[in-house]
Design a protein around this ligand. Structure first.
Ligand code: NAD
Length: 542
């Protein structure tokens, strides 16, 4: 604490800009897109004060134009990862002891930089790197990232103000120490905001961080580092290293000062990391915190009373925005027989109204490319299988083409088997599978929804019948960490819908909440006695 109980500015959600034709933001972001698209960005490793160019590079290309190169990034060797850890630990002393309001100011400044001078840059970089439409880039890279930064500063101040009672003659206080060591942040490709938040939330609480972004997100990760630097984040607090994920991770997890993992990505990878940490447990100085938000197989369940147009819109937006590459994307849908035809007719009409998948630079496109060839090939394989299988039928989309970009048409599979492979497996693409149930089987369908998937991330129930809503809310209590009533299962907003799921979907530490920040501190209780006893005898001893 400095010399005052400072109040941080009240956090608020960053307003989403429209990018409608004729708006200045549209012109600005398109200009920035062109500048990045026609330029060449070189991304170094950020290690302490150094920007290291190892010479061993990987090119970066937009998923919607994969033959086009927009730059390259440098790959770390083991010695660079070790250097990043050493630099982080060296920076730790000063950073952990900096008064909290100075840390808060850095991240509040970062939020304002993203809201202002870096908005077009971070959005354009996200459009290029992750093939997001401008709307998807704006709600992620600009607004959600800003929200994470502002709300976490507010939560940090709330955490620090949480103090114990003190009886007469003593004073109890709690200080929220950063973890003793360093935090390792591993981030996924799909959200620029998550990429920024995972290292920032731990750093905000006084930790130093080794950050390994996804290979598919480095282009926009560089803008995040530019923002942190301009905001005045001291060297060595967040060290960004790219490289072979296995080598980088083995090096980091072998270090005795490793004290926390902040991961978002797929379930299999997270489970492997947990195992590795367990295997190394005897070598650590402290028990590492493990936070992981992972995969999902998110559902939409429509009750017979639900309005067909509302269900159809929830499906179309929930399943296809950002090509279904949101961990929260709807990918299994349960429709009642009485309204299924009408709902699916509306879904098909919507899908038919989309342009063919294309570049986000063409702002009339709703659907762009999936992230890389591996993802494209996997999705194409599942689509082909559905075409061949007797118990599945493709009723919309089903086309794909990777000649220019990794384009998969938004695809709707209808199956008679509620346990069909695409009802259970996370595909992470614009493919949604629908199962139609008999209206009378509503109760059985609730059990089916609960028992079908290993995941429990998001889910939505649509109904106009309050008894049915209540029944579903109770029956589906454990199959979604974020449960939506009469809405789509995507689009969680920081400060409003803290995000995370359970079962195989993660540790549910709710990104964008005080709960998450608490994982990055180790409280120390300080008890001070004012008049210290000088005789061991208690009165009962007579
Ligand atoms: P991914 O698991 O392939 O990669 C995530 C990160 O882990 C990347 O940085 C990657 O390089 C790294 N990685 C991969 N293999 C590794 C290994 N063996 N050792 C160490 N690190 C390794 O995931 P992705 O494709 O980037 O993202 C999509 C996944 O993330 C989906 O499963 C999605 O559901 C999940 N996700 C979950 C949430 C959530 O909040 N629950 C949010 C976003 C994404």
């Amino acid at each position: 604490m400095g010399k005052g109980f400072f109040q941080v500015p009240t956090a608020y959600n960053e307003p989403i800009k429209s990018y409608a034709p004729g708006t200045p933001e549209r012109e600005e972001v398109l200009q920035q897109y062109d500048a990045y698209y026609n330029g060449k960005v070189e991304v170094p490793l950020y290690v302490g004060a150094e920007e290291i160019k190892t010479g061993n590079t990987q090119t970066m290309s937009p998923p919607h134009q994969h033959a086009h190169v927009v730059g390259s990034y440098h790959l770390a060797e083991k010695k660079h990862v070790e250097k990043a850890i050493a630099n982080g630990l060296e920076a730790r002393g000063k950073w952990a002891n900096l008064t909290w309001e100075q840390r808060a100011a850095i991240f509040l400044k970062a939020a304002d930089l993203v809201a202002g001078p870096y908005r077009a840059k971070i959005n354009a970089a996200t459009m290029i790197a992750q093939s997001k439409t401008i709307h998807q880039a704006e709600i992620d890279a600009a607004c959600e990232f800003i929200d994470f930064l502002r709300f976490n500063v507010e939560y940090m101040s709330q955490i620090y103000s949480e103090q114990p009672e003190s009886a007469d003659g003593i004073w109890n206080r709690v200080e929220y120490r950063p973890l003793e060591g360093f935090v390792y942040a591993i981030t996924p490709f799909n959200f620029t905001a998550i990429a920024g938040n995972l290292p920032a939330s731990a750093a905000m609480m006084g930790n130093v961080v080794i950050w390994k972004p996804s290979d598919s997100q480095v282009f926009s990760a560089k803008v995040i580092m530019d923002v942190f630097k301009e905001a005045g984040l001291p060297d060595g607090v967040i060290n960004m290293v790219m490289g072979d994920p296995i080598m980088v991770t083995e090096t980091v997890l072998a270090h005795p000062d490793f004290s926390g993992l902040h991961f978002t990505g797929s379930t299999f990878v997270f489970k492997e990391l947990w195992k590795q940490i367990g295997n190394n447990i005897h070598s650590y100085k402290t028990y590492p915190r493990i936070v992981g938000e992972t995969g999902g197989k998110d559902f939409i369940l429509a009750h017979p009373s639900a309005k067909p147009a509302q269900v159809a819109t929830a499906i179309v937006r929930g399943a296809f925005e950002f090509q279904g590459q949101k961990c929260s994307a709807a990918s299994r849908v349960y429709l009642p027989k009485s309204t299924a035809d009408e709902i699916l007719g509306l879904v098909k009409a919507d899908v038919d109204s989309f342009n063919k998948p294309g570049s986000p630079a063409d702002m009339s496109n709703f659907i762009t490319a999936v992230i890389h060839e591996g993802s494209f090939d996997k999705l194409a394989k599942y689509i082909d299988q559905a075409k061949a299988d007797d118990n599945a039928e493709i009723i919309a989309g089903g086309g794909y083409d990777k000649s220019k970009g990794y384009f998969i048409e938004p695809t709707v599979i209808l199956t008679q088997d509620p346990k069909y492979t695409t009802m259970c497996t996370e595909l992470f693409g614009p493919v949604v599978t629908v199962y139609v149930y008999e209206d009378a089987d509503w109760g059985k369908t609730l059990e089916l929804v609960d028992g079908t998937s290993e995941y429990a991330l998001t889910g939505a129930v649509l109904s106009t019948d309050r008894y049915a809503i209540d029944e579903a809310t109770k029956a589906l209590q454990n199959c979604a960490g974020n449960f939506y009533i009469n809405d789509k299962p995507t689009g969680a907003v920081v400060g409003q819908q803290p995000f995370g799921g359970a079962r195989a979907s993660g540790t549910n530490d709710k990104a964008g909440s005080a709960q998450n920040l608490l994982r990055w501190v180790s409280p120390r209780l300080i008890k001070e006695t004012f008049v210290t006893p000088e005789d061991y005898r208690y009165p009962f001893l007579g």
